[in-house]
Design a protein around this ligand. Sequence first.
Ligand SMILES: *Cc1c(COP(=O)(O)O)cnc(C)c1O
Length: 372
Amino acid sequence: MRQISVAQPSLLGNEFKYVKDCLDTNWISSNGKYIELFEKKFADFCNTKYAVATNNGTTSLHLSLVALNLQLGDEVLIPTVTYIATANTVTYCGAKPILVDVCPRTLNILPGEIEKKITSKTKGIIAVHLYGHPADMDEIQKIAKKYNLWVLEDAAEAHGAEVNGRKVGGIGNCGSFSFFGNKIITTGEGGIVTTNDYDLYEKLKLFRGQGMDPKRRYWFPVIGYNYRMTNIQAAIGLAQLEEIDKILKKREELAKFYNEELENLKDYITIPEKFSWAKKVHWMYNIFLKDGGELQRDNLIKYLSSKGIETRPIFYPMHVLPPYIEKKSFPNADLVTYRGISLPTHLGVSSEDVKYIVNMLSTFFESFKKTA
Ligand SMILES: *Cc1c(COP(=O)(O)O)cnc(C)c1O
């Protein structure tokens, strides 16, 4: 039987060559030429002045918050629908993530809900570009300016997305990206922070390297972290970046093909949408059931799995998870998230695979219709 994974890395180019170079030259730790090369090339890709590479996308978020001076008792507005790292890194700082409902079309933080949640303790907003569709940065930036808040873009799932022609990662005060194995490009594990702000850049570097004074070795003016990326990770990252345009294009073609093939199932599902101001990238291709809730969704996941098709549920909203539970309802998040699944989205998914997946989906919905 066909086996189709939901995500997998695409190592298409110089990955092996650059990693071999690290091994051949003995530069395998967090010094070496690939780190700065990768940072420079990634900053260029995002049209930002600076980029600081880290060992994963959770530490790049935490490092950003530390550099933005987030303190005990502060509040940060985040969308309730996101990956848990967004909320956890705020908690790591002793601050409180304040959950905001999301846009039902894109699952991104809803600007109209943000202002209601601002208090005297609010310090900033984390705008997550979820599943590759950018958040509404123009509106978010307006609110941030009005209340003097910083904006951190969690772009872990959106390398290359744009808002009105501006690349994500360079719109807010800083942007955080992940290079985990299932992301658009990968370094195995890895992350990076992008910014145009020189002071922030200096702080990011300081806190990444244990807080060591760059002018006085083994002098530590602050408590820092070891969040450094290795030369081997950066070598893989550089090779991945050389191929990123191709990777984004292939993902876009796959999404178009899904759109076309799923046209006939529109009685049962809705397919992803896009705002006109957005250039979206295709991290995960999501579909949402029109009828039925979590049980029906989980039945579909099980059915597809029995046919060799791996999928995953849309993220649970933070307000239902034990560490962040709230009794209050978030109407859009509650309505949409339980109905959603992500279909296999990577360069290994062929057009034959898509046809097979869509066939299995229609078999599922047909049999459901008969028994209903
Ligand atoms: C993947 C991801 C992260 C964390 O990145 P890791 O590299 O897995 O630590 C943070 N935020 C979002 C939205 C993510 O998807």
